[in-house]
Design a protein around this ligand. Structure first.
Ligand SMILES: O=C1O[C@H](COP(=O)(O)O)[C@@H](O)[C@H](O)[C@H]1O
Length: 236
């Protein structure tokens, strides 16, 4: 496990963007699962503003590690944020964009999306393998949409399942733990002082940290990198 600490959220997005651009330029095709959240928002703006011309976007296939079960026009939609800030700003073919159909019935959509992933990605260890998965970590230690009260999703045999936000009751489609941990590169983007406590607990393996889904991310054969800002990493 590696961690890269930048001075602020902009620096965190920049550090990850440089890694991503290198990976795209070194690959014939790159399958990436995106996340929602505040740092990816900065990342998408940065990619559109500064890296649009730097890569061949035809090589990039976009998926989502989690999505809220809402229509793609809803302000809560992770796809909407990516579409507004990145997809409509770079030359990426529509056929490369594999969104979760958040407007569909959740359980059926989790199965459909899992099949879309299995049908299109190469397999390794009997599971689809992403080149890169971007993760965030919520203030409660959730990652993707695996929340502490549904830790069993870390060991679920399906590719995708439904997670439920315990505060709002909102259903979300999420990749399961085994698929996340099967990726070649798993990259957390975590910024802000609100994450410092959990970062400290997870990194220092404090008692009780095992209840946080983010603490269970440990790629089987791939790399794990935490991109953080100083505020999130202040207790390390
Ligand atoms: O609910 C979500 O939040 C997490 C973390 O977001 P952040 O703004 O606290 O960085 C995100 O990873 C996930 O995709 C999203 O659905």
């Amino acid at each position: 496990m590696k961690h890269i600490i930048s001075s602020d959220a902009q620096g965190t997005a920049q550090a990850f963007a440089e890694f991503l651009i290198d990976q795209i330029n070194q690959s014939n095709t790159l399958n990436i699962a995106l996340s929602g959240g505040s740092t990816p928002k900065i990342l998408f703006e940065l990619l559109a503003d500064e890296y649009e011309e730097e890569v061949d976007w035809n090589k990039v296939n976009l998926y989502w590690g989690d999505e809220r079960c809402v229509p793609p026009t809803d302000g809560d939609s992770n796809y909407k944020m990516t579409n507004d800030l990145l997809i409509t700003q770079v030359s990426i073919p529509d056929s490369n964009v594999h969104r979760v159909l958040g407007e569909n019935e959740p359980e059926g959509e989790a199965a459909r999306y899992g099949k879309d992933i299995s049908d299109n990605l190469p397999a390794a260890n009997g599971l689809p393998q992403f080149d890169i998965i971007i993760l965030g970590m919520g203030g409660d230690g959730h990652t993707a949409s695996i929340f502490p009260h549904e830790l069993e999703l870390m060991n679920d045999e399906r590719v995708c399942a439904i997670g439920v936000n315990p505060d709002s009751g909102q259903k979300r489609v999420t990749l399961t733990g085994p698929v996340i941990n099967n990726a070649k590169h798993v990259c957390f983007l975590v910024t802000g002082e609100g994450k410092a406590e959990k970062i400290d607990e997870i990194f220092n393996k404090k008692e009780g940290s095992e209840k946080y889904p983010a603490a269970h991310i440990a790629p089987t054969d791939g790399t794990l990198t935490w991109y953080m800002d100083q505020a999130a990493a202040v207790k390390l």
